[in-house]
Design a protein around this ligand. Sequence first.
Ligand SMILES: Nc1nc2c(ncn2[C@@H]2O[C@H](COP(=O)(O)OP(=O)(O)OP(=O)(O)O)[C@@H](O)[C@H]2O)c(=O)[nH]1
Ligand SMILES: [Mg+2]
Length: 751
Amino acid sequence: MSEMDREATLGGRALKVFLVGVPNVGKSVFFNRLTGVNAIVSNYPGTTVEVTRGLASLNGTKVEVTDLPGTYSLGCLSEDQEVTVRAIIKEKPDVIVNVADASRLEQSLALTIQLLELNVPIVMALNQVDFAKKRGLNVNHEALSELLGIPVIPTVATKGINVREVLEVAIKSTLEARRGGEAGHTVESGYGRRRRFRHGQLGREIAILPRLGHRRRVEYSSLVESRVRKLERAFAGYLVGSVVTPRILAEWALEGDAKAVEAAIGGSLPGWLAAEIDAVRRELEWTLGENSSVVMAKERFALAGWITRQVMRRERTKATLQEKLDNFLLSYQTGFPILVLILMGMFALVFLGGGVLERGIAGFFESYVTPLVEWLIGYTWVELVMKAVSSSASQFYGDIVARVVELMAGQFFPIQTLAKYFVVDGLLTGIEAALSVALPYVVTFYLALALLEDTGYLSRIAYLTDLVLHKFGLHGKSIIPLVSALGCNVPAIMSTRILESRKQRVIVTFLITLLPCSARTAVILGAAGYYGGLQYALAIYFVIIGLVALLSIVLSKVIPGESPSMLMEMPPYRVPTWSSLFSKTWIRTREFFKVALPFIVAGSLLLALLEAFNLVTPVLYASAGFMSDVLGLPSITSVTLMYGLLRKEMAIETLLVISNLKLGVSELSLFMTPMQIFIYALVVALYFPCVATFAVIAREFNLKTALLVSLTTIISAILIGAGVYHVYLAISPLAPEPLITLLVNWWTLTS
Ligand SMILES: Nc1nc2c(ncn2[C@@H]2O[C@H](COP(=O)(O)OP(=O)(O)OP(=O)(O)O)[C@@H](O)[C@H]2O)c(=O)[nH]1
Ligand SMILES: [Mg+2]
């Protein structure tokens, strides 16, 4: 293929390559290898829920690669499929790379069969051949290519084997398809087989017509096939110039997938056609006594099974390690104790590892960064000079004069004092708080999560907890979004798309907003745990678990809809690779800070500014009564709750900043008792899903749901916080809180 051909066929734009395949086949690994962009890779189905794009280039051809959510079939019957199907329809890829899994060939092929119906060149990357081989499965890729009529290239994405070759073949196929189409004659494909291309109907768009023995048309059994053809004729007038063929439209229609049909034709069907479709579908269902979408899926699986038997050789192997491990890890007697041990281990890793990091980072700031910054802005030497002046002043004129000299510092060195105000007290304290309170627990949590995901154990947790969760109207699959909520609520809410019903999605989303995400973990462990002790941190977790249990029981009764039983695939066990663990932890931590740092910097500066103009105190005044009477907290905490709306961990960070500004200390334990820190952390953890979470709920569901969720959490936070405080007051004879609150309030409100 010469440069000129390339230019002529693509007109200088990048070639659009879509990666399509069933979940957990390795699309994202493939994508990362091709583009160098990091998409998250995890060993369980449903990792990717949004479209990710990146650029690659091969021998001078520019390529835009798109990583799509995994899907078991084409259509819009479930939400996770929909993203992929809509992207294909809307963006009309030049070529689709169908990533298939050699160890689950049948399942992969059921999707391939549908892809072949699209009006797009398809190239198959037969991935995970290494893993298949280990399990004694050998696939004859040449025979498979012959049967399907498309290029099939065996790959090992994790090792980068044949990844670029797939791209090369994909580019070649596209360019040949286009050239062939324009010339309207037969061309030789790179695979030595002849393919025929012809002008499409009405000559407006090139259609690749399937020919037997080349690109095979999927034939259903005659009962179904006759109905598909009937509808295909009805759709013949539609879709000239689309990647969607009348045939696939007919299949969607027959399956009752009106959403997919409408997405493809960009509008609704005329009444007569809808009626005809309905009649044909009902008649089929009546004849076969089964739901038509089930019929079609069965047909595809039968065909996929037949193809698999033609091309796959199975070697006899002993019981695999996976089977042995599963016997052990999934049985009730051994599975549950191990689960508890593993979860405790993970918690210890986060708590202890995070604590070590927190101390280290805080120490580093105190001994190196803060002195350096103070020295840089010239604050230290001003202070030294002032100290010297005031001490000699006190020698000669007494303490009063020395005090006056000190107070005059701002007049003599206004720049330095202002700089201290903004840079040291505002900005630096904010950044230090973010790095020492939030970062340690975010990093360690993400590392622990990556371990659970990549070993494949996360899905076993889902299986084991299914029994328990069912009592709460949930099923085990929801553990995956729930666990990832411990990292960040936002992607967790998006990943509820893997759940089957809307009811499940709403309930799980509700619960997600209560779970301790990494920002809340920072508050719980970094404040209550660090200053109060482990027992306080654990108590918060218990409160949260109780609330989650209660709420899920209530919600499953209140929200209409059904809770379908679980159908979940067990991904294989794998030894996680360091590079994957680190890159995933890095991507997630980076995301966290990309969103959080600007907030923190702006927030700290704003606080310093407000304080400089004396605007914080009125707010504290106004809220002092509520905070101290209802929650038993010093008024100084009220402003921080507003910051916590933006990001949970900012509450604690701004508390450190503001206490520094108002009281001159940035140690919580110096102005709050452990009980107060506990109540504060509890309220912060519960009171509102952060702004980003609110936005994502509104986007995934609607504003009403988002408001409802927020209201529930705010009310629970106040009720629980107040409840804990008043019960504590009632049972402890000498509660020091009221006194401390009084003192701190007096100090902050008068200073
Ligand atoms: N042994 C082996 N493992 C692989 C290969 N390709 C991917 N994997 C592993 O398979 C798992 C899934 O990979 P992903 O790239 O996340 O799969 P995906 O297709 O993007 O999955 P979804 O986004 O959930 O649809 C990860 O644990 C990978 O490390 C391969 O060629 N060989
Ligand atoms: Mg993926």
